[in-house]
Design a protein around this ligand. Structure first.
Ligand SMILES: [Zn+2]
Length: 277
């Protein structure tokens, strides 16, 4: 088995334990291919009042336990960062923390929040998470940001949980084979924290599917991959043939006459300062 045929890794970067309900079919579809799927939660969801008055540390403990059970239902791995629930910011600290996970896991694709402006989806943590996750793809390419891990420069296209008003190209994952397990996860959360109403979720999956000629679908913004209907996000067809080229290694020092050196060496110098490392 060569590298091309080996299993791929899909990373889901989400804000809160229970966000994965919005991508459950997408994760199940990827697992069904035998690929590795990991969820990274940026917070522990400790701001919810779903359990009544309670210390945030106890809420966090309960939500971590629920996420662990949810990961079992989806048969995926999961990890936590401990940014504050309700206080996720799309800043370099957040992006660097995600970048280090990227450098560790070396995923082949990333699904995260897109632009969520609609009631029920527009938690500021969601938008900040999506922004920080995409920023992390760039920081993960930069050695100093992820040391001692190796930078992750292999293709890792991002997909965004699609907002209702998105005009971006869309990729629709046909989740019909996974509907029962999606609804199982919804029921699991609905019983325990009150989120995951089955009628709401069925309507969401059905209305997302309709424009794509499917019965049930999860639809994502396809920022740099070919839009359309897929069985799983990965392997993704590259829609953009003009991405940043991989670096070939350290560029030789140009020397004291470098600024006035040959056009070729000057060009090398500019390339060596490429915008995303
Ligand atoms: Zn959330």
């Amino acid at each position: 088995m060569n590298a091309e045929e080996e299993g791929r890794t899909l990373l889901a970067v989400l804000a809160h334990p229970d966000d994965e309900l919005l991508v459950a079919g997408t994760l199940l579809a990827q697992r069904a291919r035998g690929d590795r799927v990991v969820i990274l939660y940026l917070t522990q969801g400790e701001a919810t009042d779903a359990f009544g008055p309670m210390e945030p540390t106890e809420v966090a403990r309960r939500r971590r336990a629920l996420a662990s059970e949810a990961a079992g239902i989806l048969d995926v791995e999961h990890r936590f960062l401990e940014f504050p629930d309700g206080g996720v910011t799309a800043d370099p600290t957040t992006a660097r923390a995600i970048a280090r996970v990227l450098a560790d896991l070396r995923p082949d694709g990333l699904v995260t929040w897109g632009r969520a402006w609609l009631k029920g989806m527009r938690h500021p943590d969601h938008r900040a998470t999506g922004q920080a996750a995409v920023d992390a793809l760039t920081l993960a390419r930069i050695r100093s940001q992820v040391a001692p891990a190796e930078p992750h420069r292999a293709p890792c296209p991002p997909f965004g949980i699609r907002g209702a008003h998105s005009r971006l190209p869309a990729v629709a994952v046909d989740v019909e084979p996974w509907l029962d397990r999606i609804l199982e996860l919804a029921g699991f959360y609905h019983d325990r924290i009150g989120f995951g109403d089955e009628t709401w979720l069925r309507n969401r999956l059905r209305s997302a599917a309709e424009p794509h000629g499917l019965a049930w679908a999860e639809v994502h913004d396809a920022w740099e991959t070919r839009p359309g209907v897929v069985e799983a996000l990965l392997p993704a067809a590259d829609a953009l043939q003009y991405g940043h080229p991989s670096r070939q290694g350290p560029v030789e020092e140009i020397g004291p006459v470098g600024r006035g050196g040959s056009p070729e060496s000057a060009q090398t110098s500019i390339a060596g300062e490429g915008r995303d490392g």
